[in-house]
Design a protein around this ligand. Structure first.
Ligand SMILES: Cc1cc2nc3c(=O)[nH]c(=O)nc-3n(C[C@H](O)[C@H](O)[C@H](O)COP(=O)(O)OP(=O)(O)OC[C@H]3O[C@@H](n4cnc5c(N)ncnc54)[C@H](O)[C@@H]3O)c2cc1C
Ligand code: FES
Length: 295
């Protein structure tokens, strides 16, 4: 039986660099819930404390630790528009105890939140570039803020390519938005599935196969990848084979988190901590760890 979340009241947090919170969770209220697919929902939250709500700032690629009292915490990326920082969305796939407890929350429910944590995507490097975003499964969630940001600042880069892969058409996250981004014509959007249904007319196969359909200019490309471990590996090597330099390939990694800001060592990855040195890494900085890592 999933544990029913206890009620939280707003508390006084320690200040953090981005106007968020580090050690102590603060109360966040669920405003809205959207079912994305059979096991994934997007929760729109607001911080209960109005002062914190106006101070809270974050950047695309960062994550929060979401806490359900009596159950535990999980690291969850922020999936909304960073230029509307007071409205915080988290897209959460139910896999274990914390995410199961979060799944019980409906509008009006309250959970604890610490953050924002981690390094963001390299939006300061997009000028004049062809930006290529590669997402697999839940990995589209941390890339969605980049897409919102690029919509607002489209003139700064040349081309934007969004490649997304998931198991079946029903598993797609943000299905309506993917269709809208494609229709608007500002970006090249390609979605592939591992297993097609009768209605599916799009590509079938792994997301890296889509690289054959879009011509990536290695001299101009700036790549951002987020997906399951195997996708991260295959995508990184595919771009290197296309001669994209290692300092222009960025990957967001997942590890078990505890503190979220470099104190406990739970998320150690070689000589790095994923929470503090990542989760977004430049491939150049982790290529040796990546090469040694078992799949
Ligand atoms: C920086 C960062 C950002 C993240 N962003 C998101 C996000 O935006 N949305 C989201 O849904 N998750 C995200 N995650 C993953 C999430 O933190 C984990 O899935 C977390 O373990 C869930 O906690 P839990 O208590 O529900 O599951 P746990 O009790 O930790 O896990 C229960 C079981 O599920 C398995 N499991 C755990 N994680 C995964 C996984 N990712 N895929 C498949 N099986 C798994 C475990 O092996 C275990 O058997 C992120 C992780 C990191 C490090
Ligand atoms: S989660 Fe504690 S060091 Fe990274």
């Amino acid at each position: 039986m999933p544990t029913k979340p206890k009620q939280l009241t707003p508390n006084r947090p320690l200040p953090a660099a981005c106007g968020g919170t580090t050690w102590l969770p603060v109360a966040a209220r669920v405003l809205d819930v959207k079912q994305e697919n059979f096991n994934t929902r997007t929760l729109r939250l607001e911080l209960v404390d109005p002062v914190l709500r106006t101070r809270y700032r974050w950047q695309p690629g960062q994550f929060n630790m979401l806490w359900v009292p009596g159950v535990g915490e999980a690291a969850i990326s922020i999936s909304s528009d960073s230029e509307i920082p007071e409205s915080l969305e988290h897209t959460i796939r139910t896999v274990g105890s914390v995410t199961r407890a979060v799944e019980q929350l409906e509008p009006g429910g309250v959970l604890g939140l610490r953050g924002p944590f981690g390094n963001p995507w390299p939006l300061d490097r997009i000028d004049g570039r062809d930006v290529v975003l590669v997402g697999g499964g839940i990995g589209l969630a941390p890339l969605r803020p980049v897409i919102y940001w690029l919509q607002r600042h489209r003139e700064r880069c040349r081309r934007v390519v969004v490649l997304y892969g998931c198991r079946t058409p029903e598993d797609r996250l943000f299905a309506e938005e993917l269709a809208a981004w494609e229709r608007e014509g500002k970006f090249d959007v390609l979605v592939t599935v591992d297993n097609a249904t009768a209605e599916w007319t799009g590509p079938v196969g792994v997301v890296t196969n889509l690289l054959r359909r879009v011509r990536v200019n290695a001299e101009r490309a700036l790549v951002m990848v987020c997906g399951p471990r195997i996708l991260n590996r295959v995508a990184a090597w595919s771009f290197l084979q296309l001669h994209v330099p290692t300092d222009r390939v960025y990957i967001s990694l997942e590890r078990n988190m505890n503190c979220g800001f470099g104190r406990c060592g739970h998320c150690q990855y070689g000589s790095k901590f994923v929470c503090k040195d990542g989760p977004v890494f430049c491939f150049k900085d982790i290529a040796d760890i990546f090469a040694r890592e078992e799949i």
